[in-house]
Write a protein that binds this ligand. Structure first.
Ligand code: TRP
Length: 447
């Protein structure tokens, strides 16, 4: 079977950035920065991204590109006859687990676009806005309708293939996403009293940096860069042999971090301008922000734009997650792409329904003491992602071997790289990354 590739370098970059830029950038990063010492947190975050996460990203990339296979096939091909395929399997399970709850939130973004278009957010009363949010997510059928629309759209893009689907649509969506968020950021920082939000975001305050800050920075960097669940293996497998994977990984990380900071500029100055104290997560974007938009001239339109931003950020991430599952079914079971997409969507619709209903009707059904939604969230963030990341770096550092690593990272010598850089990266993958990821994982499990 001949495999597809991304058409060009920009296509690879937007697809990768599409995976990385997601809800994590919009509803968690700005909050974490603000509450963990502003610029001090950003510096720490950047150090982790460059010293730890980018090497992990190369590792995933390398596995994908060298094997030209889906997440599971890749390990089987590079380590035939071994049990390493399990790492790929963890990746597929992790992608399914993230998609289960992520697409429910994706559905909420569509719901909120519809509500914003109908000018539902003209009130500044928190109680009313909270009730709107609670009613929307706890009701039975409406969220399921939006969930199926969200999954259906994700499926359509993936169905169209790597070049004519993923690449084509992310090429339109990602630049649009950046433009829209910049428009909102400009509006936000030009509001009277925006200053306080900027202080919240950027004033370096090292006294707020504690051990929790360090873990938060690392965990967030890992999640935000979509590491550890086979997505980058899968996208990497569609990247041409002469592409510089170091550069692509660095640019993806820079785009992701830049987006997170611009999201902070779009959100925090506006929140502070109206004397509201910011939170994180769904509360921030679905309750606090509508209240802010209601007070800004032409805020009705900004609200529509904002929920559209959330939607694009969410769907480009979901596309990359679905591709992990579809590529696996397609290549390992030799199913047609359409069959693979339909089967994955059917499974996800079931899991997504459980997650959606766990906000309301099924709130009392618990797995290990957690609702379905929190279960899939916790399973992926605390177990599958770090475990996948750990095994991936161990695989590249200790199993794949130095010669393969050197050959792949330099595209068989076609890409020139400084000796110390390659050595440092290899060292990080063999020693620093496994130790640090183990520590995060153990702490996550204890929590
Ligand atoms: N990076 C995405 C975000 O910031 C979420 C995410 C985590 C993800 N792991 C992923 C997306 C794997 C795609 C693939 O919201």
């Amino acid at each position: 079977m001949s495999r597809e590739n991304f058409g060009n370098r920009f296509g690879v970059l937007v697809a990768m950035a599409g995976s990385a830029v997601g809800l994590g950038n919009l509803w968690r990063f700005p909050y974490l920065v603000g509450t963990n010492g502003g610029a001090a947190f950003i510096v720490l975050y950047l150090i982790f991204v460059f010293l730890l996460c980018i090497p992990v990203m190369y590792s995933e990339f390398l596995i994908g590109r060298r094997s030209e296979s889906n997440a599971i096939g890749a390990f089987r091909k590079l380590a035939p006859g071994s049990k390493w395929g399990i790492v790929g399997l963890l990746g597929v399970l992790c992608s399914i687990s993230i998609l289960a709850f992520y697409s429910v939130v994706g559905g909420w973004t569509i719901d909120y676009i519809v509500k914003a278009v109908m000018f539902k957010f003209t009130t500044t009363d928190t109680k009313v806005l909270e009730t709107i949010f609670q009613d929307s997510v706890t009701s039975t059928y409406e969220p399921l309708l939006y969930l199926s629309i969200f999954l259906g759209l994700t499926g359509l893009v993936v169905l169209a293939g790597v070049k004519n689907g993923i690449e084509k649509y992310t090429k339109i969506m990602m630049p649009l996403l950046f433009v829209l968020v910049i428009i909102i950021a400009i509006r936000s920082i030009t509001l009277p009293n925006a200053w306080e939000g900027l202080v919240f975001l950027f004033k370096p305050d090292f006294s707020k940096v504690t051990s929790t800050t360090i873990f938060d920075a690392l965990g967030q960097a890992f999640f935000s860069l979509s590491l550890g669940c086979g997505c980058i293996v899968t996208y990497g497998s569609y990247v041409k042999k002469d592409e510089n994977i170091v550069k692509t990984s660095a640019m993806t990380s820079i785009a992701d971090t830049a987006f997170a900071i611009i999201a902070g500029l779009a959100i925090m100055p506006a929140v502070f301008a109206f004397g509201i104290s910011p939170g994180e997560g769904p509360g921030l974007v679905f309750v606090t922000l509508p209240m802010v938009f209601a007070q800004i001239p032409f805020g009705e339109f900004l609200a529509i734009l904002f929920f559209f931003i959330l939607f694009i950020a969410a769907i480009t991430s979901s596309i990359s997650l679905l591709e992990v599952v579809v590529a696996y079914l397609n290549e390992e079971f030799k199913w047609k792409r359409v069959t693979s997409v339909l089967v994955s969507l059917a499974l996800l619709m079931v899991l997504g329904t459980l997650c959606s209903l766990s906000q309301g009707d099924l709130a009392d059904v618990k797995l290990l003491g957690l609702t379905f939604f929190d279960f899939f969230d916790g399973l992926s963030a605390n177990i599958l992602m770090p475990l996948g990341g750990l095994l991936i770096v161990v695989f590249v550092g200790w199993r794949l071997g130095r010669a393969n690593f050197m050959d792949e990272i330099t595209s068989s010598g076609k890409v020139k790289m400084s000796h110390w850089f390659v050595e440092f990266t290899y060292f990080s993958i063999r020693f620093i990354a496994p130790i640090v990821i183990s520590i995060i994982m153990i702490r996550g499990l204890i929590k």
